[in-house]
Design a protein around this ligand. Sequence first.
Ligand SMILES: CC(C)(COP(=O)(O)OP(=O)(O)OC[C@H]1O[C@@H](n2cnc3c(N)ncnc32)[C@H](O)[C@@H]1OP(=O)(O)O)[C@@H](O)C(=O)NCCC(=O)NCCS
Length: 179
Amino acid sequence: MRVTIRAPRTGDEVAYAEAVRRSAEHIGRWNPVEPDALPDLMERQGSSLRTFLIVDQETGGLVGKVNVANIVMGRFCNGALGYDSFLPFAGTGRMTEGMRLVLDHCFAPLTEGGLGLHRLEINVQPDNDRSIALAKRLGFRHEGFAPRMLFLQGTWRDHERFALTAEEWPGSSAAVDGA
Ligand SMILES: CC(C)(COP(=O)(O)OP(=O)(O)OC[C@H]1O[C@@H](n2cnc3c(N)ncnc32)[C@H](O)[C@@H]1OP(=O)(O)O)[C@@H](O)C(=O)NCCC(=O)NCCS
């Protein structure tokens, strides 16, 4: 493992802003570029939103940011993943490694300190090849097409929906137990 994951904390603001600015060109085509958004994001952490930073073990540099958003528990136990990778680590496989750790944490039971989720979804614009490649690499299934789903870059954008349930995630207790 070249990376670890952790929650963002006070003191990350500058490194985060620099990472987003460095990566603005590849992020900006698909997601809003918000270098100074970390304080607000930390404030909004709660039962429906959890954010993880992926950190390079060797240098401590920020590899990427992952939001587990729209978390709904009860009979749904569902969350939606949103993510950006940062230069100079984008395209080195570290984001994929970090996402695997995030998924482990999402599917781990609450009793083991995980988020206790059963289903995760990723919604991707149809021509976002790198994000679709990442979703597929992680084993996400294509579920369908959602017209005009999210307001991005000034208009309502179509999205492809991918999803994964705990039973499909290797190593999760649901995969072992079939629970
Ligand atoms: C989508 C996004 C997060 C994908 O991240 P990424 O940087 O491609 O992810 P990784 O660091 O895991 O790199 C994977 C690539 O590195 C390659 N790679 C290089 N060395 C590797 C290694 N040791 N292990 C695994 N993969 C490696 C992989 O082959 C893969 O390339 P490929 O898809 O052409 O096969 C990134 O492109 C991004 O931030 N995009 C802008 C924002 C965005 O679109 N967000 C998602 C909206 S739905």
